[in-house]
Design a protein. Sequence first.
Length: 280
Amino acid sequence: MTILSGILGVVEGKSAVAKWNVSHTADLQEIVASNTQGMTVTLKGNKDWTGSYEAYGAELTSLPGQSLAFAGSIDGTVGVQGDVIIDNIVVTFNIEGGLPIKYVVNFSANSDLTIGADVVADDTTLAGMPSSVGVTVELGTSADPPISYVAISDVRTVTITITADNKSFVSSSTSGSTRRLAGNLKAEVAVTVYEDDFADLPILNAYHGLKVILPNAEFWEFIWVQVMAATDLEVNRETAEPVGATLNFKFSGFQEVIAGTMADGKIDAPGESNFWSGAP
């Protein structure tokens, strides 16, 4: 057996991948009965597999709940492949640490996992891998369009999480393998800030527009978000750390901007206008 490093690892069709992984499992069943002499006996169970990949950048082309033909290769010739459904994506911007922008895509099986021969071309893309340095965040001062945005001061980090509540099933037609159907979507944004006056923090339950703007002027925009929480409001006299807080926003696909009238929301992503849209 030859030992390989991850130096040639790639994911089909994905740029700037840092790593990928899969886990292949069987839900073994256990029984103990009068004829097992006090020992557990195992029986075969339903099969499943899950995985993820991490990549640099902020441009995504698939929403959670959408299908993906995943092919992950160790060296361009061997690896794994199968159809999956995306469970969630997480995009992180660490402005304080000056780190590259990175995202993680988590997925679960929607077909059997094929292990072995897996011809995947090397990543020859020249797509930019933007830094978090220069990223800014703006909050809409009114939930009623047109939205007027104002910068949030002293932002440290931003985390965007979009999740689909996908549903798994096994039936007589799946031959002991787990399959999935797309579920409902939800999205949240967490923003950590330095703050010298907690009275300046956004008011709970209020609706806003929210923008995360990249150094190249591309952006994520969420219409609408509702202020869910302001947490970690900590004043540490012992260590004299800068005072800060975490602002938690939950995305709302629709909002009543005028009594009895619902306004469509949307999510715009870098390179993807209407990444999600409530408009029919």
